[in-house]
Design a protein around this ligand. Structure first.
Ligand SMILES: Cc1ncc(CO)c(N)n1
Length: 228
């Protein structure tokens, strides 16, 4: 079994729980509330900004052009393509995308961003691949499962979202897994354990992200708005 298959195997209970989460099921049923979609897009806009910066950190730690290209392609994908699923949610919620940008990050998104940033700042390319992989991987599997289970017609409110992640060739996960598997060949058990830990924590935080959006999670105490 390759190292990436080993990661996926250990994460199976989390992948299953994500699939059963009411937000993910709600994409399939098309019955999410407007506020839930808005909260998700506000948080995910900030999350994806952080994600691109982490690709930038990965580029700064790359020692060859193949790795630079790998991460560079992913920045373009987030910038130019991942706006489509956000726009789908905004259209259903009846709000403008621009109006959901620049909001404070809620606790679970904050936790997830800090986890990725810490690993990216302290680690090497393998650490970064392991901490980032659950992001594309869980979404591709959600898209594919929802396509199978719901097989939405064009009148389904989340037709575009489901097709975006469900039809997409594995342009992110496959090269990431291949590169990680290549590096893993050179690592000892303790080093691979550490990568497993980063990967599984990101999987848990993917679950928490859906939960945050579904329950409109915010910081427990409101503070006064500061105008600077
Ligand atoms: C939190 C989160 N995970 C994964 C993706 C897929 O890129 C996303 N847009 N947001």
């Amino acid at each position: 079994m390759s190292f990436s298959q080993e990661l996926r195997k250990q994460a199976e209970p989390i992948f299953q729980a994500i699939m059963e989460h009411p937000f993910v099921q709600g994409i399939g049923k098309g019955d999410l509330k407007k506020e839930q979609l808005i909260h998700y897009v506000k948080q995910d806009f900030e999350y994806l900004n952080a994600f691109m910066k982490i690709y930038g950190l990965a580029i700064s730690k790359s020692s060859n052009r193949r790795d630079i290209e790998l991460f560079n392609n992913q920045i373009s994908f987030v910038l130019h393509s991942e706006i489509h699923p956000h726009n789908n949610f905004c259209e259903v919620a009846g709000v403008k995308y621009e109006d959901l940008q620049g909001f404070p990050v809620a606790p679970s998104a904050h936790h997830y961003i800090r986890h990725m940033l810490t690993v990216a700042q302290q680690g090497d390319i393998a650490d970064i691949l392991a901490v980032l992989l659950p992001c594309p991987w869980t979404y591709v599997e959600i898209g594919k499962k929802l396509l199978e289970e719901v097989n939405p017609d064009s009148a389904h409110p989340f037709y575009d979202w489901i097709h975006f992640y469900g039809d997409g060739p594995m342009t992110v996960t496959t090269p990431f897994c291949q590169r990680l598997d290549e590096i893993a060949e050179t690592l000892n058990e303790a080093q691979k354990e550490k990568l497993m830990e980063y990967f599984l924590l990101s999987c848990q935080l993917e679950y928490k992200f859906w939960d945050m959006a579904y329950n409109l999670e915010e910081w427990p105490v409101k503070t006064l708005e500061v105008s600077v």
